[in-house]
Design a protein around this ligand. Structure first.
Ligand code: HEC
Length: 90
C-alpha cells in the first residue's frame, strides 16, 4: 500500500513539475530569446528543426549566444515549452 501511495505521489509531483517547467520555459524564452528573432522562426514554413533532439541542440546553441549561462533544466524547460506550443514532436 505504501508503495502505491508513493508512486501516486511521484506521479502527481511529476505532473506539476512538467506544467511548471513549461511556464518557466516561456519566461526564459521571453526574457532571453527575443533579441535576434521573434516567435515567427518557430512556425515559419522552412524551419529546419525536425526532431526534439534537433530542437534541444538548437536551443542550446542559441542560448550560448545570449550571454546567459543556462543549466540543462533551463534548456529542457524551454524545449518543452517550444515543443508544446509550436513544434509538437512526439
Ligand atoms: C545571437 C542571436 C540569437 C539569439 C539571442 C537567439 N537566437 Fe535562436 N536563432 C538565431 C539564428 C541566426 C537562427 C537561425 C535563423 C535562420 O536560419 O534564419 C536561430 C534559430 C532558432 C531556432 C530554429 C528555428 C527553426 O527553424 O525551427 C530555434 C528553435 C531557436 N533559434 C531558439 C532560440 C532560443 C530558445 C533562444 C534563447 C535562448 C534563441 N533562439 C536566441 C539566433 C539567435
Amino acid at each position: 500500500m505504501k508503495a502505491v501511495a508513493l508512486l501516486l505521489l511521484a506521479l502527481a509531483l511529476n505532473g506539476t513539475a512538467w506544467a511548471g517547467d513549461q511556464a518557466r520555459g516561456k519566461q526564459l524564452l521571453e526574457k532571453n530569446c527575443t533579441g535576434c528573432h521573434d516567435d515567427s522562426v518557430y512556425t515559419r514554413k522552412d524551419r529546419f528543426i525536425s526532431s526534439k533532439a534537433a530542437l534541444t541542440k538548437q536551443v542550446r546553441r542559441c542560448s550560448a549566444n545570449t550571454g546567459v549561462q543556462w543549466f540543462d533544466e533551463d534548456v529542457a524547460a524551454v524545449v518543452d515549452y517550444l515543443n508544446a506550443t509550436y513544434y509538437k514532436f512526439k
